[in-house]
Design a binder for this molecule. Sequence first.
Ligand SMILES: [Mg+2]
Length: 359
Amino acid sequence: MKETAIRRVKVRKISAPLIMPFTISSGSHKNLENVLIEVELKNGIKGFGEAPIAAHITGEKIELTQKNLLSFGKKISGFEIENYWKLMIMAEEQLEKNRAALFAAQTAVIDAFCKTVRIPMWKLYGSKPFKAQTDITVVIGSAKDAFDFTLAMRRRGFKIFKIKVGTDFDADINRVMSAAKAAPGCEIYIDANCAYSAREALSFISELKKRGIPLSLVEQPVKKDDYCGLAEVSAKTDIPVLADESAYGLEDAARIIKGRLATGINIKLTKFGLLRAAEIRRLALACGVKLMIGQMMESQLATFAALHFALGSGGFDFLDLDTPYFLAKGLMKYPKKCAASNGVYDIRPVKEGAGVQPA
Ligand SMILES: [Mg+2]
């Protein structure tokens, strides 16, 4: 067996409590509960990947994801990591119906490969990464919760606030007003997670406009498969409208991009896997559609994989990678200067791979 051959693949559950329930209009996370895959080479090099489990959004479950990753692990045992491209395609074939597992498997493979050739993961994607600040999510709760949380995070240095809406029209207007009051001069996004019809979304936006709240972004205002509604909201407002749940697979995303049904799309690696995400990025940029890099509930491991992808390849206008800031317990080791307490990420200090490993 060559030194760079895959000797062993381990899979286990990881979990951590959150500082508060991460509640959106379609459900809630009380804890992070994800699956970790570790790909170990004969020479001891280890690559890691994280499968983000968001059963209330994607329907993917922990047990099945573990099982699928273990069976993928058996298949790739003995392969040399230099064949990472072949391994990525094997993952596409075997894990296509379990995208969280696909993302984890592909991340672990390229992490091990990048460590083998001693490059940071972003170099695999191309250009020179820059510093970038993530938005921070204001979850569903009371208007006072929205005010207090926004104020605390603004004091920490966050500047972009993404307010989850879509449960109660008037209460949501008040919550957005409260958050905006706590963060004068900051950018305000809203994310309805599929809650509205086109007409409701437009009236929500115009109500906020009447009250002097300038929104910088509206995310997934309408139902997942309401492509007409999505196009209508995009056409009738000047505010950028982003598709998230509506762009779940390659075909959905391509349909939105080709038809310019939204201003932009939210690329989450766990929706697409790494290869399809790269394809969607290319198509979107070619068609003048804007890009957000987003995530499910993820630790720094999956988050850094997304950072390397987005900042390494470039072209992303919106960064929505804030879930590590909701973890009440550290799960991962990483260079601390790469993720500042105000949400500014800088992956340039990463020497090899993603730069993150289990603590
Ligand atoms: Mg979203």
